[in-house]
Design a protein around this ligand. Structure first.
Ligand code: ZN
Length: 290
């Protein structure tokens, strides 16, 4: 299934995206949670109920709804740096022997078609197309061979980065966490539908210009190794999102650099998972007090 969060007439609901439109779970299975993290926490019974309800669910025309980030506020939004050999090389670094883990603040989450802000304080805005996965079960000390049991599904992430803020200090948290710099989606594809997550073509375009073209088979630490590593230290919870790292071709590594400008449309597409398409805009003036 392709589990999505959509907004229709101002109301947020869960749905299942398909060839014939979006099945509205709020109508087909009203007893299910209306929010993705709660839905995932309800586990296999909720998934089975959703699947059973699909046959009778009314289909919504996708043009009448807005797809939102599948998870509005993940409990944790983690990312892995330097996880494709070509990106490590273009960054001028050694191939890592331990995953480089960092946080993106969960307030940076954006929807699959939402704008990305060019911050007031920087012109060094960059894209990073990435495979992401979502945790479906509370877990700790998960061995690699059981990691597939705790992954609820996979999605596309753009790990948008502000390069000067990322690299002028030893930790990347600020430069990776500006508001709107975490587009995810367009939906969560369940593992049974996707098949092997480590054999997917991943591409990023800016405008019509293909900037990244790789395959998730080139991940240095794959999704299962990442689950094992993270859960050695802390509990993973339903709704946690992990971005697995970007392949070569980021804007800052280009000679000369090809960073993002207002009006650019960034498209990140992964085979079997769909695509994000986000347009760069000036950070609005009205963000001082919310
Ligand atoms: Zn990244």
């Amino acid at each position: 299934m392709k589990l999505c969060t959509f907004v229709r007439e101002g109301v947020s609901s869960l749905g299942v995206a398909g060839e014939d439109g979006i099945a509205d779970l709020a109508v087909a299975a009203p007893e299910l949670p209306r929010e993705m993290t709660a839905f995932l926490a309800a586990g296999a019974p909720a998934l089975h109920r959703a699947r059973a309800a699909l046959g009778s669910a009314p289909r919504l025309d996708p043009s009448t709804v807005t797809l939102a980030a599948p998870i509005a506020r993940p409990p944790k939004f983690l990312a892995i740096g330097l996880n494709y050999a070509d990106h490590v090389a273009e960054s001028g670094l050694e191939r890592p022997t331990i995953p480089t883990v960092f946080n993106k603040q969960s307030t940076c989450i954006a929807g699959p078609r939402d704008p990305i802000h060019l911050p007031r304080v920087s012109t060094m805005l960059d894209y990073e197309g990435e495979l992401g996965f979502v945790i479906g079960r509370r877990c700790r000390h998960v061995p690699r061979e059981r990691a597939h049991e705790v992954i609820a599904g996979y999605l596309v992430v753009d790990d948008v980065s502000v390069r000067d803020w990322q690299l002028r200090v030893p930790t990347w948290t600020m430069g990776k966490s500006f508001d709107t710099h975490g587009p995810i989606g367009p939906w969560i594809t369940t593992p049974d539908e996707l098949g092997d997550p480590h054999a997917l073509r991943i591409r990023t375009w800016v405008g019509g210009d293909l900037r990244q073209d790789s395959n998730t088979k080139h991940l240095i630490f794959d999704c299962f190794a990442i689950v094992e590593h993270l859960s050695t230290a802390f509990t993973l919870e339903p709704g946690d999102v992990v971005a697995t790292g970007t392949p070569g071709g980021v804007g800052i590594a280009s000679k000369p650099p090809r960073l993002l400008h207002v009006g650019d449309v960034v498209r990140v597409e992964i085979e079997g998972l769909g695509a994000l398409e986000n347009t760069v805009i000036e950070e609005p003036a009205a963000t001082t007090l919310l």
